[in-house]
Each structure stands twice: as structure tokens, then as C-alpha cells.
Design a binder for this molecule. Structure first.
Ligand SMILES: NC(=O)c1ccc[n+]([C@@H]2O[C@H](COP(=O)([O-])OP(=O)(O)OC[C@H]3O[C@@H](n4cnc5c(N)ncnc54)[C@H](O)[C@@H]3O)[C@@H](O)[C@H]2O)c1
Ligand SMILES: O[C@H]1[C@H](O)[C@@H](O)[C@H](O)[C@@H](O)[C@H]1O
Length: 341
């Protein structure tokens, strides 16, 4: 059976996902697209796909069985709620939503529906290197994880569109999610330090240094640099009681020329996580074909939203900002460290 998919938002990642859904993966057909920029939607539409005037029209179409949301974060809530109301599985790019209140409304709707329908685009969980790192930590041979050093560097970000809040509410959400998942832990508080500003980003608050306090007592430090120019560089190292486990340096062709011997660094997220995005969709397609979702959930999107909110408060206060989660609904699995009481 072929799953008929509609894509909302045909910008950078929408186009990349349409490419993988039409040229890489099987078991699906992109039957519809929409974007507030109708010309962009028409240009991105695969042959034979319908260009819908609005997300509502796409979601309610009888031809669309599942939805991929790649619009801007502030638009996600309305589109997710419409998918849940229609009972259609939705893959939603990060961030899930852009406020705690919005995250709670999506949780409430999905819990009332009674089955998981939403998968959030935290693609690092599908990356083979991160999966091997988690297997080592879960294996327990290195003892308990004590510290996680997470480095998140972008070569550049879209000028004018990427604001000073975004290192914390757009970029950090990946590190927040991967920390919770890798360490099987929950974030209970956040501190942020702002070092000397990089002259490459103009007035942008860049870089930032974030400290995540985990429920177990483990600490996570995150470097976010979004104008590092040399490439898209993602690193991670977990210090445990009797050893250290780290992401490997990615294999790349070794080039020897008059500049020396060197290996290329990915240019951006599309290249670094290409296999992870393919794999997250493979797993989503299986789940969505069964009318549900897998992997990062609305609950995980909610948790990352709380971290982003706390980080923004921490910049303003200069101190420690705590996080208080609601009790975890059973739909999202057993209680976590924080919600256990
Ligand atoms: N997982 C990742 O690594 C990753 C990478 C890039 C982007 N993203 C996320 O994907 C989303 C899109 O990012 P992008 O880089 O493609 O941005 P983009 O600006 O290139 O594209 C967004 C598109 O959505 C459209 N849009 C916005 N609001 C809409 C609405 N209400 N209805 C219909 N269309 C609407 C815009 O016109 C635009 O074409 C963001 O949430 C971003 O954080 C995730
Ligand atoms: O939307 C993008 C995307 O999520 C990337 O994975 C991240 O590295 C960028 O900082 C962010 O702006």
C-alpha cells in the first residue's frame, strides 16, 4: 500500500524532504503541497501533485493520508491541531511549537484523540553515530554518565531571518533533545553565559554557552556558534564514571594538495544528517502507515520548548532558571525522572 502524503511548507527543508520522499524512499507518494508562497509550492510540487491553497485544504483532503509540516515554527500549532482533529499522522519539523502554552494544547488534543499521531523532526536520534553512542552509555560498562559536552556549530545562518533568540529557541532544541535521549534523563534547569561576540554575526548574540542541569545531577555544556564559517560541525562527548564515549570524526575523502592533507567538513545540516533524515522518514512511514507515530513525540517537543524558554529567561536573569514539567501523560510512555513523583 502506498501512503499518500501532503507537505506543508516548501522552503529549504521542505524541498529537501520532498526530494527524499520522491527520489530516495519508497512506500509513499507526495500527492499535495502547499505554502503561503504559492509560486514556491508550485515549483516544488512533484509531477502530478496538487498545489493546495491553504494548509487546511491540504489536511482535510481525502487524498492526503498523512502530513509533513515544514512551515515556520509559529505556524506549527494550528497545523498540528488540524492534523489531530482530522486523525491524520503528522511529521512536524522542529521546533514542535514556540511556546509552552501551545505545546500543552497539542498534548491535550493528542491525549484526547487517544493515540500518538505526531512525530517531531529531532533527526539526531536517527543518526547512526548518535545511536552507537547511546548504545555504549545504555550498556553501562562505563558507569553512569556524569557530563555531556555538546558542540553545535553552523557555518552561517540566514541573515536578517535568524534573530538573537534563535540560538536558544531554534538551534539549542536539538542539543536539549539529544541530551534527554542520550542520558535517559530530564532537564531541570538552565544557565546561559554569553562570551565575547563573534564579529561575523553583526549584532547577533553568537556564540552562546549553555549549561543544562539534568535530574540525575549530570551536567551538559553546549556551545552554540552559528557563524563559524568553516562548516557544520557537530560534536559530542560523554564523560562517564570509568570512561569516555564520543561521536567519531565523520569519514570523508582525504585530500592531498598544495594546501596540505585534509578532510572536508559538511557544509550544513542537509549534508551532515542526510542519512539521519532518510532514516527518520523510513521509521515515520512505517508508523504513519499504521495510523500512528514513532520516535520523538509531542512530549519531547514540549520538553525542548521548556528548555528554550528557560534559556531565554536565563539570558535575561543571568542566573539559574528552573524547569517544571506537567506529569507525563501515559500516551508518551512511563514517567521520566522529573515527572515520576
Ligand atoms: N531538523 C532540522 O535539522 C531542520 C533544518 C532546517 C529547518 N528545520 C525546521 O524546518 C522548518 C522550516 O525551516 P526552513 O529552513 O525550511 O525555512 P524556510 O523559510 O526555508 O521555509 C519555510 C517555508 O514555510 C512557509 N510557510 C511559513 N508559514 C506558513 C504557513 N502558515 N502555511 C504555509 N506555509 C508556510 C514559508 O513560506 C517557507 O516557504 C523550521 O521549523 C525549522 O526550524 C529543521
Ligand atoms: O533550523 C536549523 C536546523 O535545525 C539545524 O539542524 C540547526 O543546526 C540550525 O541551527 C537551525 O537553525
Amino acid at each position: 500500500m502506498t501512503l499518500q502524503i501532503g507537505v506543508i511548507g516548501t522552503g529549504m527543508i521542505g524541498q529537501d524532504h520532498i526530494r527524499r520522499l520522491t527520489k530516495v524512499l519508497s512506500g509513499i507518494e507526495v500527492v499535495g503541497v502547499t505554502d503561503i508562497d504559492q509560486a514556491r509550492a508550485a515549483a516544488a510540487a512533484p509531477e502530478g501533485a496538487e498545489v493546495f491553497a491553504t494548509p487546511t485544504a491540504l489536511i482535510s483532503s481525502d487524498n492526503v493520508q498523512a502530513v509533513v509540516i515544514c512551515s515556520w515554527g509559529p505556524a506549527h500549532e494550528e497545523q498540528l491541531l488540524a492534523c489531530i482533529a482530522a486523525g491524520k499522522p503528522a511529521f512536524c519539523e522542529k521546533p514542535l511549537v514556540t511556546s509552552e502554552a501551545a505545546a500543552l494544547r497539542v498534548i491535550e488534543a493528542e491525549v484526547a484523540f487517544g493515540r500518538r499521531l505526531v512525530q517531531v523532526g529531532f533527526m539526531r536520534r536517527f543518526d547512526a553515530d548518535y545511536r552507537r553512542l547511546k548504545a555504549v552509555i545504555d550498556g553501562g560498562k562505563l558507569g553512569a554518565p556524569l557530563m555531556f559536552h555538546s558542540v553545535h556549530r553552523n557555518a552561517s545562518v540566514p541573515e536578517g531571518l535568524y534573530t538573537s533568540e534563535m540560538p536558544l529557541n531554534d538551534t539549542l532544541v536539538h542539543d536539549a533533545d539529544i541530551s534527554r535521549w542520550l542520558l535517559s534523563d530530564e532537564v531541570t534547569g538552565v544557565e546561559v553565559r554569553v562570551p565575547r561576540r563573534s564579529s561575523r554575526g553583526g549584532e547577533l548574540r553568537d556564540p552562546v554557552f549553555v549549561l543544562l542541569h539534568m535530574a540525575s545531577g549530570a551536567l551538559v555544556d553546549v556551545e552554540i556558534s552559528v557563524n563559524i564559517s568553516y562548516g557544520y560541525d557537530i560534536r559530542g562527548e560523554v564523560s562517564c564514571e570509568t570512561g569516555v564515549a564520543a561521536l567519531p570524526t565523520r569519514p570523508a575523502a582525504v585530500i592531498s594538495d598544495s594546501n596540505g592533507i585534509r578532510q572536508a567538513i559538511p557544509e550544513d545540516w542537509r549534508e551532515r544528517f542526510i542519512e539521519a533524515y532518510d532514516q527518520e522518514f523510513r521509521e515515520w512511514i512505517v508508523a504513519a502507515s499504521e495510523g500512528t507515530a514513532t520516535g520523538p513525540s509531542t512530549w519531547d517537543g514540549y520538553a525542548a520548548t521548556l528548555v528554550a524558554d528557560a534559556a531565554l529567561r536565563a539570558v535575561a536573569s543571568g542566573g539559574f532558571e528552573s524547569i517544571n514539567m506537567i506529569a507525563k501523560p501515559g500516551l508518551y510512555g512511563p514517567p521520566t525522572a522529573m515527572a515520576a513523583e
